[in-house]
Design a protein around this ligand. Structure first.
Ligand code: 5AD
Ligand code: SF4
Length: 439
C-alpha cells in the first residue's frame, strides 16, 4: 500500500469554517490524505479563509508568501485556497500568487477530490460555483473514529439579510437550510463517537427552516427534536439575528433543558440612525425589549454580542447610543470591530469615519465590554455550575471544561475524563477563565 499523502489545513474566521475544514479533511481522506499539524510535512496545504474584514483577507496573501520556500523545496506540493476569500476573489488569487494550484468556494467542497486529481495532472483547478446540489450530501459521512466531547454541526448556510457592511450574502450566498433528518442522523453519529455537546451553526441560524417530515421546521422545533437524542447532553446555536428570535425560540430557552443558557445575539450598534443605515431592520429599543423577553424566559442567560464602531456616518452621539445600549444590556461576552469597508457591499460607497476617531471609540467600547465580562465572571464566584470536561489542564490532575454559560473552568479533578459532566463550585476568576472545585 502506498503511504498516505499529508494534508495541512489552516482555518481562519468563523466556526462554520472550522466545521467545513473537518469535512474537507474527511472528503480528501477518500483521495488518500491524512491530516498533519504543520505545513512543512504536507503534500497539500489548504487555507480555509475569511473575507469578513479586510485584515482577515489580506492575511491570506502574507501566509501564502510564507509557503514560497516550501514550494521551492517540494515542487509537487499542492497549495489550495478555500473559503470566502476564494469565493470573493476567485481567479485573482492565482494571478496574485501563481503558486496557488486550487481555488475552491465554500459551496463546492464536495468537488475537491476531482479538483485534487486535476492538480495532480499539473493543471490549475478553480470552482466558485453555487451548485444546485447540497455539498454536505455529496461529502463522505463522518468516519466512526472517536472524537472530543464537543462538535459543531452546520444546519444552515448563507444569509438573506444583506446588512450594508457584510460580505456574507455574497460569499456564502442565499439562505439554505439542511433537512431535519440529515441533521438528526449526523447528530446521532456524533453522539456515538463521544460527542456530548453540539453547537448548531448557521450564518443566520435562527432563520433555519429545514424540511421536516411534515413540512419546514423552525430552529426551536429542530432543537426540541435534538433534545430527544439520547446521549446528547447540551445544545447551543450561533449566530442569530434579533429579527428571527421568535416567541417559540425564546420559550425554548426557558423550557428545553439541553439548550444552554448562552445566547450570541449581535446588535452591531445602539444608534437607530446607524442601525437603519446598516439595514438591520430594527431599532435599539426593539432589541432591548427583546433582551427583556429572553431574560424573562431564562433569567440567568449569558448574553453575547457583536459590535461595529466607525460605521460610515457614525457621529459621537451615535457612538454614545451604542455605549448606552451596552450599559443597559450588560453582556457577559462580546466581540467588537472597527468597520472595514468591503468591496461590493452597499456601505463601501460611503465616506469613512476618521480612523483615529474610530480607534478611540473601539478602545472605549472594548474597555466597557471587558469590564462587563469580568463583572459577570465575578458574579459566578460561589455559584454551582455544571462543567463538561474537554481536556486535561496544565497542572497535575487538572481538567478544563466549559460551564453552561460557556465560561472555561479549570478544576482539580483527578478521577474525571474528557466528556464527563460534573457539578462544580466556582471559587475564583482569572482574565479569561474561572477556577472551580468539584462538588
Ligand atoms: N467590518 C467590520 N466588522 C464586520 N463584521 C461583519 N462585517 C464587517 C465589516 N465590514 C462583524 C459583525 C458580524 C461579525 C461576524 O463580524 O459584527 O456580526
Ligand atoms: Fe452578515 Fe449577519 Fe447581516 Fe447576514 S445577518 S448580512 S451574516 S451581519
Amino acid at each position: 500500500m502506498s503511504e498516505a499523502k499529508k494534508l495541512f489545513i489552516k482555518t481562519y474566521g468563523c466556526q462554520m469554517n472550522v466545521y467545513d475544514s473537518e469535512r474537507m479533511a474527511e472528503t480528501l481522506g477518500g483521495s488518500g490524505y491524512e491530516t498533519v499539524e504543520t505545513a512543512d510535512q504536507a503534500d497539500m496545504i489548504l487555507l480555509n479563509t475569511c473575507h469578513i474584514r479586510e485584515k482577515a483577507a489580506e492575511k491570506i496573501y502574507s501566509e501564502l508568501g510564507r509557503f514560497k520556500g516550501l514550494k521551492a523545496a517540494k515542487p509537487d506540493l499542492k497549495i489550495g485556497v478555500a473559503g470566502c476569500v476564494a469565493q470573493a476573489e476567485g481567479e485573482e488569487i492565482m494571478k496574485r500568487q501563481p503558486m496557488v494550484d486550487l481555488v475552491v468556494g465554500p459551496q463546492s467542497y464536495h468537488r475537491l477530490p476531482e479538483m485534487e486529481a486535476k492538480v495532480t495532472e499539473g493543471k490549475k483547478a478553480l470552482d466558485t460555483d453555487f451548485p444546485e446540489e447540497d455539498k454536505f450530501e455529496h461529502m463522505p459521512k463522518r468516519p466512526k473514529a472517536s472524537r472530543g466531547p464537543t462538535a459543531f454541526l452546520t444546519v444552515q448556510e448563507g444569509c438573506d439579510k444583506f446588512c450594508a457592511f457584510c460580505v456574507v450574502p455574497y460569499t456564502r450566498g442565499a439562505e439554505v437550510s439542511r433537512p431535519v433528518e440529515r441533521i438528526l442522523t449526523e447528530a446521532r453519529e456524533l453522539v456515538e463517537r463521544g460527542v456530548k455537546e453540539i453547537t448548531l451553526l448557521g450564518q443566520n441560524v435562527n432563520a433555519y427552516h429545514g424540511l421536516g417530515k411534515d413540512g419546514p421546521m423552525t430552529l426551536d422545533q429542530l432543537i426540541w427534536a435534538l433534545n430527544d437524542v439520547d446521549g446528547l447532553e447540551r445544545i447551543r446555536f450561533t449566530t442569530s439575528h434579533p429579527n428571527d428570535m421568535t416567541d417559540a425560540l425564546i420559550a425554548a430557552h426557558g423550557e428545553c433543558e439541553k439548550l444552554m443558557p448562552y445566547l450570541h445575539l449581535p446588535v452591531q450598534s445602539g444608534s437607530d440612525h446607524i442601525l437603519k443605515r446598516m439595514n438591520r431592520n430594527h431599532t435599539a429599543e426593539e432589541y432591548i425589549r427583546l433582551i427583556e423577553r429572553i431574560r424573562a424566559a431564562r433569567p440567568d442567560i449569558l448574553l453575547s454580542g457583536d459590535f461595529i464602531v466607525g460605521f460610515p456616518e457614525e457621529s459621537d452621539a451615535d457612538f454614545e447610543d451604542t455605549m448606552s445600549l451596552v450599559r443597559e444590556v450588560n453582556y457577559g461576552q462580546a466581540y467588537s470591530f472597527k468597520y472595514s469597508s468591503r468591496p461590493g457591499t452597499p456601505a463601501a460607497e460611503r465616506a469613512l469615519v476618521d480612523a483615529a476617531v474610530a480607534d478611540e471609540r473601539l478602545q472605549r467600547l472594548q474597555a466597557l465590554l471587558s469590564e462587563q465580562q469580568y463583572a459577570v465572571q465575578d458574579t459566578m464566584v460561589g455559584r454551582e455550575v455544571s462543567v463538561l470536561f474537554e481536556r486535561e489542564g496544565r497542572l497535575e490532575g487538572q481538567m478544563v471544561g466549559k460551564s453552561e454559560y460557556l465560561h472555561a473552568v479549570h478544576v482539580t479533578a483527578p478521577n474525571t475524563a474528557r466528556g464527563d459532566i460534573r457539578k462544580v463550585r466556582i471559587v475564583n476568576t482569572e482574565r479569561n477563565s474561572l477556577g472551580g472545585e468539584l462538588i
